[in-house]
Design a protein around this ligand. Structure first.
Ligand code: GAP
Length: 665
């Protein structure tokens, strides 16, 4: 069967990543480890550039964001407070035959006919039970039983008899099997029922496929369970299935019921591997920011609204790592927690809250959570555009109320149209998540306040002063709104109603003293997904055919110069001319303190250009005889070649640095 085009594109990308040293499989020499990836020389540079650009844009270029670098392992209490210990789980299904596990929501829907199989012995036991039930019922002889129940019982008996006949087992065989079985598993043995249950299996076959293949799997499964003979039957024995996610697309076997599976990777801290020493590798970088909120606030001299940014590793024991680095088990995040005033506080200070708008512009004092949320979505899109991801390559998904976490008010996902992304009903590529921008209310700080017992609120002099000037009705209105929000949060978090009311009253009374718990807007991006997006976006190939009809496909990685792993390659025209080599090394020395320079003297100039195109180097600088003054007017000039159109221009060496810096910054 022909490979779908988008998979072919992914295959090419994965192969280039290995061939050119962008990404390698982790532990490759030992066969790899699923969900873990290493970045090679070019990938490591690309990744550094991306993180550096994010850090610059989010912290150094702004007055209102401070940075943090916290540990990966933190107090397990943090993960209790954040809800990760109890609820950070995916629903997972298992194929009972192969024991392979999948994320329940990621199963490709299947259609066809499902064949339900039971073990013969189970049918035989059921038949005997039904027959004795019939005897008992006949003896009771009530009219209702006769008209209502007995016909049903009769049809069930007939169905099972038919099924047994179909199984190929004689009554004698079944008796023998049953005897044997009862001996091994007497009634009181819990395995007795367990084995019956375990022997059940359903297999979905696409329409037209012969039932034999399903029977084969059923027999295989029965053997695995240690039971004998599996004919097909059940009630009903077959069933039409449309677009169901309950069957394994690889073999048609029906999954076990979905079970939650906690995604946190666990370890022990200290020499004793006991319950109380359990610790977790952080599944997100965000929680450290909340836990250190007060320390950062006090040491950075920031005031709300302000943010704390962090870049670092996160770990999730993903059920099905997939799509190359897109869903990995170890990955990096770039997260900002931007703390804002609750809307009641904004209104108390500014008189009103700005309505949401499409292009929010520069931050204003009267912005509530909606304007801040839109602002951050827009800021983040501008960041992606600034590193070469055109708006047309992105998509947006505003989470529906059903998708939102209970404490979140909104979440907009920024998507990138990956080669593996699905199409919607109109045939347009929808994209997969690069980053989520969530409005998380005051949930996180409140949770850490409750669990740690340490206050997470702030004092805001502006609020205190404004509050004193508000008319009483306004004070009551804001206090009531704040009270209702706090009470709702506390009750949803399991705090008993009376205590929640008392606590919410105290919190609401805090407004008059200038106190509140900040809300948060969280732009949370994945480094690895962004790297994959940049690679997919940059990948471009052309096939050229020469005069002899021989065709060659060349790959150019069209990275934006800001992210390109190598910014410039310096090439002496000939390696056996010491004056050219010396001059080229001087140029390299001039540029090297400022950017990643690659010096290459091996092979023809054309081959060297092609190698750099494949690495995504935006500029190649060639030192030739004119540089040395063969044409006196060109002394100390170089040719600079542009990767994307192959055009060349002549530039003075003394202008080179400034030219390159203007392109890569
Ligand atoms: N603090 C919020 C948070 O962690 P998330 O949507 O679970 O939210 C944020 O993760 C971002 O981290 C995602 O948009 C994605 O880019 C990245 N990410 C999450 N899980 C990942 C995985 N298994 N592999 C690679 N990147 C992942």
């Amino acid at each position: 069967m022909a490979e779908p085009k988008e998979n072919l594109q992914m295959e090419k990308i994965v192969s280039l990543c290995k061939r050119r040293g962008f990404v390698f499989q982790s532990s490759e020499i030992y066969g790899g480890i699923n969900g873990f990836w290493d970045y090679g020389p070019l990938g490591a540079e690309l990744k550094r550039n991306v993180k550096e650009l994010w850090w610059n844009a989010m912290t150094r270029q702004r007055d209102d964001v401070a940075g943090l670098e916290a540990t990966i392992i933190m107090s397990p209490q943090i993960w209790k407070a954040s809800g990760h210990v109890d609820t950070f789980a995916d629903l997972m299904v298992e194929d009972p035959l192969t024991n392979k596990r999948f994320r329940a929501d990621q199963i490709e829907p299947q259609s066809g006919t499902a064949y339900h199989f039971l073990q013969a012995i189970e049918a035989s036991v059921a038949l005997r039970n039904l027959r004795s039930e019939r005897e008992r019922d006949l003896a009771i002889n009530t009219p209702m039983l006769k008209t209502d129940w007995l016909p049903k019982l009769d049809s069930m008996i007939a169905e099972i008899e038919a099924v047994i006949a179909d199984s190929g087992f004689s009554a004698h065989d079944l008796e023998k099997i049953e005897e044997n079985y009862q001996r091994n598993y007497p009634q009181e043995d819990p395995r007795s029922r367990g084995i019956f249950q375990n022997a059940r299996i359903s297999i979905l076959l696409p329409d037209g496929k012969p039932i034999q293949s399903a029977k084969k799997l059923a027999v295989e499964y029965a053997k695995k369970q240690g039971v004998i003979g599996v004919p097909y039957f059940a009630s009903p024995p077959t069933q039409k299935i449309e677009n169901s996610q309950e069957y394994n697309p690889e073999n048609g076997v029906k999954f076990n019921l979905p079970r939650p599976f906690n995604l946190m990777l666990q370890t022990y801290v200290g020499p004793i591997q006991s319950e109380e020493n359990i610790a977790y590798l952080r599944p997100e970088t965000a929680q450290a920011i909340f836990a250190q909120f007060k320390n950062v606030l006090e040491t950075s001299r920031q005031r709300v609204p302000f943010g704390i940014a962090q870049v670092g590793k996160a770990f999730r024991n993903e059920v099905t790592p997939r799509n190359f680095t897109f869903r990995s088990r170890e990955f990096e995040q770039m997260e900002l927690e931007f703390f804002i005033k609750p809307d009641e506080v904004v209104e108390a200070i500014s008189g009103s809250v700005a309505p949401p708008q499409d292009a929010p512009g520069e931050p204003q004092p009267n912005w509530g959570w909606q304007a801040w949320h839109q602002y951050w979505v827009e800021e983040r899109v501008r960041f992606y555009e600034g590193i070469g991801l055109d708006r047309s390559t992105l998509g947006f998904h505003r989470q529906t109320p059903a998708e939102l976490a209970h404490y979140a008010r909104a979440c907009t996902d920024i998507l990138f149209k990956f080669p593996f992304s699905k199409r919607d009903e109109n045939g347009n590529v929808t994209g997969d998540e690069l980053e989520g921008i969530a409005a998380r209310s005051d949930f996180d700080l409140s949770q850490h306040q409750r669990f740690s017992g340490k206050p997470m609120g702030v004092f805001d002099e502006e609020l205190r002063a404004a509050w004193a000037k508000l008319p009483k009705e306004k004070q009551d209105e804001f206090r009531n709104r704040y009270y209702e929000n706090r009470k709702r949060y506390l009750e949803k978090s399991g705090v008993e109603s009376e205590t929640a009311q008392k606590q919410a009253t105290e919190d609401a009374n805090g407004l008059a003293k200038g106190q509140y718990i900040p809300h948060v807007i969280e732009p949370s991006a994945g480094v690895d997904r962004l790297i994959l997006a940049l690679i997919a976006n940059a990948y471009s190939e052309i096939t050229e055919t020469d005069d002899k009809g021989k065709s060659e496909t060349r790959v150019t990685m069209k990275f934006h110069p800001r992210v390109a792993p190598i910014k410039v390659s310096v090439l002496p025209l000939l390696k056996n001319k010491p004056e050219l080599v010396k001059k080229a090394q001087e140029v390299r020395g001039l540029l090297r303190p400022w950017m990643n320079v690659f010096y290459d003297e091996a092979g023809s100039i054309g081959r060297r250009y092609a190698r750099q195109d494949e690495a995504g180097t935006p500029f190649c600088v060639t030192i030739d005889f004119d540089t040395l003054g063969e044409k006196p007017e060109l002394l100390d000039t170089v040719t600079i070649r542009h990767r994307d159109d192959g055009k060349q221009e002549r530039l003075k060496i003394c202008e080179l640095l400034e030219f390159l810096l203007s392109k890569i910054r």
